[in-house]
Design a binder for this molecule. Structure first.
Ligand code: FAE
Length: 539
């Protein structure tokens, strides 16, 4: 019956010729007969599962695939939506320039990373809905995260960066770097479908004029300019440019999802996981409790409707629980479960070592003879490296407004040493994070080692209209939350939570606050390393 439902939906999509239909016929989809449909039905109250995975982002998807391949039945619980059904406009995902009910997680007004443009505020009212991008407000910082089956892979820029080998020991000193670079980074990159832009096409296409301007300015100031790999399908993007395929990256789609071209997790790890027939997923289900019970753990799960209201609360039992709710999601859960006594044995390290990967944004105003192009691919593909000398790696980011702006825009990753900590406040019954906006000052200082020099060389200035009025630095946010259940501190050296056998952390919470580059390849590779050990020793 489940199979029948999957097939009839597939046929329906084929007939409508919808974008989802196109996706389901793509290179990454798997035969319908083998795949367990995402809509195979939510988890039943009282269910008993061998392995329950909390969250469907990078850590969760690696965990589910490898456990299933080892013969373990897996249930994945995801608080966001499945994102497999087109909206009234025939598209699954909303465009960056026209946010709607699909765009934000339970907000009535957008909270766009760039709040202003040319003196005008950009945010607007939207209907409250379980949308795809969560702008989660903490003291001193807004943390952007993807919500839905695929986690951050649904909303991110797809920049797939393996850190330089020589820098790795400073990030994860207890991990054997040779193993990571010989086995797990290659495995992660190949399963994610990472590829590099064709340099000749980069040099000729209108869509990357902004990045070529970024390269010219970087090189004229003596900085190293690098191409950065990505999971976007570069052949598809060339077809977009040639007018033979529906535009996605070249239509500015990114922050609220890409309707085509991006190899997000549902097309890679999760498609393979579903094809094993051993993985099922409950979207719009949020894990709120985990406590020891006979034979493993009792897990409390709230089922949500698309207004965010809880429609049912279920308790299931799981032999093993894998926390992969993202750095913030996993930290919040663990800190609360320790604070309320549900998991009393957890280490005091739970909640500690949280960082924002030193993220800071800025824009520069170019001269009129240096246009950056009205057509800009939303997929970033290049960066400026000043890590060794100045502690900053700056991604040359798009500003896909559809008009010429003469602006260069950058997201810098910096070596910010500051770390926050999540704590449980018993009086308010809430988890708190002790971050302060002023803790971004080191990031600004490091980013200035690049952009003060470029401005001096080019005779240009910073833009002051992107993050408010007369505000140069986007220091209020992060796209890259990391830490909160750090490897070899809150867990052992493979993600096993100390104090409670059978509980594991598998996501960005393991990485201590900063990885020096965009993080998802490292999160994926570390999960590959850890799950291999866990399967070999614990199962
Ligand atoms: P993540 O992918 O966040 O997955 C966690 C999942 O758990 C989510 O789907 C949650 O909805 C779900 N969840 C949370 N709490 C619960 C709960 N209680 N119950 C059930 N489900 C729950 O975690 N990184 C790069 O490397 N390159 C980029 O170009 C890049 N661009 C980015 C752009 C944006 C706008 C954003 C927001 C992020 C970007 N990132 C980028 C960061 C990257 O997406 C992020 O590091 C990873 O997604 C984190 O992976 P995790 O597996 O830790």
């Amino acid at each position: 019956m489940q199979e029948g439902r999957g097939l009839s939906r597939r046929r329906f999509l084929g007939r409508t010729g919808s974008i989802l239909g196109a996706v389901s016929l793509g290179a990454f989809d798997l035969p319908a007969a083998a795949a367990r449909p995402l809509d195979s039905g939510p988890i039943e109250p009282g269910a008993q599962v061998a392995a329950l995975v909390v969250g469907t982002g990078y850590g969760g998807s690696v965990t589910a695939l490898r456990l299933a391949q080892a013969g373990v039945d897996v249930h994945m619980v995801e608080m966001g939506m499945a994102w497999d059904t087109p909206g009234p406009d025939g598209k699954v995902f909303a465009n960056t320039t026209s946010p709607d009910y699909r765009s934000f997680w339970l907000r009535t007004r957008t909270r766009q990373p760039l709040s202003n443009f040319l003196g005008f505020p950009l945010d607007r009212d939207i209907p409250r809905h379980t949308g795809i991008l969560d702008a989660e407000e903490w003291s001193g910082i807004t943390v952007y995260q993807g919500r839905g089956v695929g986690g951050g892979s649904l909303v991110n820029g797809g920049m797939a960066v393996t850190p330089e080998r020589s820098r790795f020991p400073a990030v994860l000193p207890s991990v054997d770097a040779d193993e990571m670079y010989d086995v797990y980074y290659p495995r992660a990159n190949s399963t994610l479908g990472v590829g590099m832009i064709d340099p000749a096409w980069f040099d000729s296409t209108e869509a990357y004029k902004y990045a070529r301007v970024g390269r010219k300015h970087a090189q004229r100031s003596g900085f190293r300019f690098l191409f950065v790999p990505n999971v976007y399908d570069w052949d598809y993007m060339k077809q977009e440019a040639a007018g033979t395929a529906t535009r996605s990256a070249l239509a500015g789609e990114i922050l609220y999802g890409n309707n085509h071209g991006k190899k997000s997790l549902p097309k890679t790890y999760l498609a393979q996981a579903r094809a094993t027939g051993r993985v099922s997923i409950s979207p719009l289900h949020r894990v709120t409790g985990v406590t020891p019970a006979a034979g493993g753990y009792a897990v409390t799960i709230e089922q949500l409707d698309t207004s965010g209201a809880v429609t049912t609360t279920k308790t299931v039992s799981a032999r093993r629980v894998f926390f992969a709710a993202g750095s913030v999601g996993t930290s919040k859960l663990l800190v609360r479960l320790k604070g309320t006594g549900a998991l009393p044995g957890l280490s005091d390290e739970v909640g500690a070592g949280w960082g924002e990967n030193g993220n800071v944004m800025c824009g520069r105003a170019n001269h009129l003879w240096d246009p950056t192009g009205s057509l800009q691919s939303s997929i970033p593909t290049a960066g400026i490296d000043n890590w060794a000398a100045g502690g900053a790696f700056a991604e040359v980011a798009p500003l896909p407004t559809g008009i010429e702006t003469w602006a260069s825009f950058y997201l810098s990753i910096t070596r910010n040493p500051n770390r926050g900590r999540f704590t449980w406040n018993a009086a308010t019954g809430k988890v708190e994070l002790d971050w302060q906006t002023a803790w971004k000052q080191p990031s600004i200082t490091m980013a200035k080692t690049i952009f003060d020099k470029i401005n001096a060389t080019e005779g240009t200035i910073y833009r002051t209209d992107l993050f408010g009025t007369y505000k140069i630095w986007g220091d209020h946010l992060t796209y890259h939350p990391l830490g909160g259940a750090v490897l070899n501190r809150a867990t052992d050296n493979y993600g096993r939570l100390r104090g409670h056998p059978g509980l594991y952390v598998m996501d960005g919470a393991l990485i201590p606050g900063n990885v020096g580059v965009n993080p998802f390849v490292t999160i994926t590779a570390l999960a590959e390393r850890n799950i291999e050990k866990i399967i070999a020793e614990d199962l």
